[in-house]
Design a protein around this ligand. Structure first.
Ligand SMILES: Nc1ncnc2c1ncn2[C@@H]1O[C@H](COP(=O)(O)OP(=O)(O)OP(=O)(O)O)[C@@H](O)[C@H]1O
Length: 611
């Protein structure tokens, strides 16, 4: 049967159903009981019509008895099939979410979020509904069909043949018509996923959409995809519409044939009235499965399409799970003070890296960051600053012969990625918040942290004061976009999270978004707290940050063109000086509270072109 052919999506689904075999068993047993009840009643009706049943009173007892047993059977059948379907699909959803976390960041970046969410919600719902609605039928219908057919064949094989003569024709037509349903359904699911992606992005990017008056353009795009969804949906529905009258025809014609041909057989003395009554009662149990067959086959194909779409995700390659290094080597431990200053936390050795073959984003990069050092990376947009961070977090990995990246003295490729990340705190340019309370958002930095530690981290990040002023304080529920909080407040929550994690290496991507000067000053203070006594690599956009750094690395189109302290670099007539003149000189450094008097005069000097 194609349903469970080797490696088919349904076969893979059975793995999810297996743990709930008890509920599957209950579903099967209750559906078989229901089939048995129908057959017993059919037999009794035949005997009644033939006048061979013991008494009318016994018949009533039998009908009432069967109904009393049948009703709970129906309940159990429906509940048990829902029970195993919901449980199995919950596990599958869990595996999918787990899979999303196991996927390399680089491969998820290329996918539409809406598409992944749609697979997780729409496709699993489709499968769940199929199992709830049709699974029991897969047992009930064949049994009731076979038993009814056997009884009717024993009564009059001629009438069986005559009444079901057109059945094979209907089945062939149905089978031919339902063939493309699986393909159509998969294509529809893909389009729905695309539609969800566009819809989700419209909601996520609402401020920008409005600010740029992009509503009309995006709405048009949405409507074009909606049209496409409708077109594909209707193409699928057309198939169902073709199949439905065939089903009706298959249901109606045998009954007419039973009456016409049965009457003829009675005239010929080959059948009695009881036989006709039995036929009219039992034929429905033959016709019902046959009439439902097209729907079941179509829904099955649709479900198979959805399952394939899901298993496709589960088959995407995972991020590597190997790597024997799981902790910082002994020489980095606090108590080993001797060589502390010589310890290299980050080391890039002649690293060349590109996202696409033949297109190097980083070219022959070499630099080191020692323990306790703060190193700032500066450079024009697109120069490769964030790519360095992505490499350090293992989101992307360098090729085999393209130089080396070492963290805490070990090659990136030898590190177990999850362990490596537990040694790194990261604050990204855009604050990343999750749909959870503020306390939870900070607490994600260290799951075992106590409330006291969370509050301390918030205080250190200068977030505590505004948090306690919120009506629900630390229990304020945030949306994933942190609605209700200012940009600077969101950033300080992200910094508090990084502070709580207290990892030995801090990667800090300074926010460039226009925060008002007060917010910016507070974020700056929070950042300084985070940088205190830590090894920090910071993508710097602010003068006060570069001035604090022990060393500045200047990236230009993927290459390190200069490196040194702020003063050293200003002394050279190089890229840094140009950047300084372009970007830093206009900054309101007085407001961040960190500008030095000589900085202001220096700026005047630079403006006058003296330096
Ligand atoms: N996932 C990716 N796939 C392909 N190319 C990428 C990817 N991410 C970045 N790039 C490219 O790599 C180059 C460096 O990007 P990167 O984000 O590292 O620059 P950046 O210096 O951090 O820029 P900015 O200051 O604007 O954030 C750019 O040309 C960018 O287009």
């Amino acid at each position: 049967m194609p349903l469970f052919r080797a490696n088919s999506a349904f076969r893979r689904l059975t793995r999810y159903i297996k743990p709930y075999n008890l509920w599957v068993f209950i579903t099967v047993i209750s559906s078989l009981c229901l089939a048995a009840i129908d057959i017993i009643l059919g037999k009794a009706i035949e005997q009644m019509a033939q006048g061979t049943f013991s008494s009318t009173q016994n018949m009533i007892y039998l009908v009432v008895g069967m109904t009393v047993i049948g009703m709970p059977c129906k309940f159990v059948m429906r509940y048990a099939s829902a029970r195993f379907s919901v449980s199995a699909l919950r596990d599958l959803r869990g595996d999918l979410v787990h899979k999303f976390y196991d996927l390399p960041v680089s491969s998820v970046e290329r996918k539409f979020t809406g598409d992944l969410v749609s697979r997780l919600t729409n496709n699993t719902a489709l499968l769940q509904n199929f199992f709830i609605q049709q699974f029991a039928n897969l047992f009930y219908l064949p049994l009731v069909f076979t038993a009814s057919l056997a009884l009717l064949l024993l009564t009059s094989w001629k009438l069986v043949l005559a009444s079901l003569a057109l059945m094979p024709v209907g089945m062939i037509i149905t089978s031919l018509m339902s063939k493309p349903i699986e393909k159509y359904s998969k294509e529809l699911q893909e389009k729905i996923a695309h539609l969800n992606a566009v819809g989700q992005d419209a909601i996520g990017g609402l401020p920008i959409v409005k600010a740029f008056n992009m509503q009309a353009v995006l709405l048009k795009k949405y409507l074009v995809i909606t049209e496409e969804v409708i077109r594909r949906g209707l193409r699928l529905e057309k198939r169902y519409a073709f199949i439905t009258p065939v089903g009706v025809m298959m249901l109606a014609t045998p009954i007419i044939l039973v009456i016409v041909c049965g009457g003829y057989l009675i005239q010929q003395g080959e059948l009695n009235a009881g036989g006709i009554v039995l036929f009219l009662y039992l034929i429905s149990f033959i016709l019902q499965p046959v009439a439902m067959l097209p729907t079941i086959i179509s829904q099955m194909k649709e479900a198979e399409g959805a399952a394939k779409h899901l298993f496709e995700v589960l088959d995407w390659p995972d991020e590597r799970q190997d790597g024997k290094i799981t902790t910082i080597s002994q020489n980095l431990k606090e108590d080993d003070a001797e060589s502390k200053d010589d310890i290299t936390v980050v080391s890039f050795e002649h690293l060349t890296f590109g996202y696409n073959e033949g297109n190097s984003v980083l070219k022959d990069i070499s630099f080191q960051v020692g323990q306790g050092e703060t190193v700032a990376i500066v450079g024009a947009s697109g120069g490769g600053k964030s790519t360095i961070f992505k490499l350090l977090c293992g989101f992307n990995e360098p090729g085999e012969h393209a130089g080396a990246v070492q963290l805490f003295g070990k090659n990136l490729t030898d590190w177990n990625l999850s362990s490596l990340r537990s040694h790194i705190s990261m604050v990204s340019q855009e604050p990343s918040l999750f749909p959870a309370t503020i306390a939870e958002n900070i607490g994600y930095g260290r799951l075992e942290a106590t409330r006291k530690e969370i509050v301390e981290a918030a205080k250190a990040a200068h977030a505590h004061d505004f948090i306690v002023q919120l009506p629900e304080g630390y229990e304020t529920l945030l949306s994933e976009r942190g609605g209700g909080l200012s940009g600077g407040q969101k950033q300080r929550i992200s910094i508090a999270r990084a502070l709580l994690k207290n990892a030995p290496l801090l990667l800090l991507d300074e926010p460039t978004s226009a925060l008002d000067s007060q917010s910016e000053a507070q974020v700056q203070i929070a950042m300084n707290a985070a940088m205190q006594d830590r090894t920090v690599l910071v993508i710097a956009h602010r003068l006060s940050t570069v001035r604090q750094a022990n060393r500045i690395i200047v990236l230009d189109q993927g290459s390190i063109v200069e490196s040194g302290t702020h003063e050293e670099l200003l002394g050279r007539d190089g890229v840094y000086r140009k950047l300084y003149l372009q970007n830093f000189e206009g900054q309101q450094t007085e407001e961040d509270g960190y500008s030095l008097p000589e900085e202001r005069s220096e700026r005047r000097d630079l403006q006058a072109g003296v330096l």
